[in-house]
Design a protein around this ligand. Structure first.
Ligand code: PEP
Length: 262
């Protein structure tokens, strides 16, 4: 059974004080999560303080991006080794905002995948079609191309250590989420392609998250789909109470997320 995972992507939001408050709120709401794993991905500037607050807790720290080189003349970039030093265990890669706004290509993303794995962290590879691609019937072709390019050159064991996120671009930050059926169809397709790229066993092991306007009121229905193994949450992760509710809804049925000793 794959343990659900809920990842908070804070994007470029928040002061250090805000990051402290948000982290404290999440920790307070999720003191002993069971049957679910949780990752917070603050901006680079807040990684250190959030990492200190999360230290000793079951909630992990992640980054929103990194470079593929370990050091050198790459002004403005952050290396995987730097993230490891800060306690990061996960890195979001290939987010559509990075692809669109910063020109990240499949090749860049593939290099990052290799570098993050080599540094001992878990990459969260995002794939997803635009509204136009969906209209043209290119959803499967788009996500398959991004998946195959992102995983190129990785051995099966490495692929088994990755996490995928299906994030339809038209659903990110729009308030219009994919329906559970729409998302489930793409998740099943991705799992089928994973079996081809790696093996059936790897495909069954890899968690495939859904991202795109996940909110407290739709998280339960989305993550109830058997092929949806949790959520990558943007806007709604900026509210501690709302995020905690999403985590609880994504938790395996029959398992309780305990708050404190209650
Ligand atoms: C995201 O940034 O990955 C995302 C899914 O954003 P939102 O939840 O705001 O749609």
């Amino acid at each position: 059974m794959r343990t659900p995972l809920v990842v908070a992507n804070w994007k470029m939001n928040g002061t250090l004080a805000g990051a402290r408050g948000l982290t404290a709120g999440v920790l307070d709401g999720l003191r002993r999560p069971r049957g679910v794993e949780v990752v917070l991905c603050p901006p680079f500037t807040a990684l250190h303080v959030v990492g200190e607050l999360l230290s000793g807790s079951p909630i992990a720290l992640g980054a929103q991006n990194c470079h593929w080189e370990s050091a050198g003349a790459f002004t403005g970039e952050i290396s995987p080794a730097m993230l490891v030093e800060l306690g990061c265990r996960y890195v979001v890669l290939g987010h559509s905002e990075r692809r669109k706004e910063f020109g990240e290509s499949d090749e860049h993303i593939n290099r990052k995948m290799h570098a993050v794995l080599a540094a001992g962290m878990t990459p969260i590879l995002c794939v997803g079609e635009t509204a136009e691609e969906r209209r043209q019937g290119l959803t499967f072709a788009t996500v398959e191309g991004q998946l195959r390019a992102g995983l190129a050159g990785l051995r099966n064991a490495a692929i088994g250590a990755c996490i995928l996120a299906y994030e339809p671009v038209w659903a990110i930050g729009t308030g219009v989420n994919a329906t559970p059926a729409q998302a489930a169809e793409v998740h099943a397709y991705l799992r089928g392609r994973l079996a081809e790229v790696a093996s059936k066993e790897v495909a069954q092991r890899v968690r495939v998250l859904y991202g795109g306007s996940v909110k407290p009121d739709n998280a339960g229905a989305l993550t109830a789909e058997p092929d949806i193994d949790g959520a990558l949450v943007g806007g709604a992760s900026l509210n501690a109470q709302g995020f905690v509710t999403i985590v609880k809804k994504a938790t395996h049925k029959g398992v309780t997320v305990l708050r404190g000793d209650s």
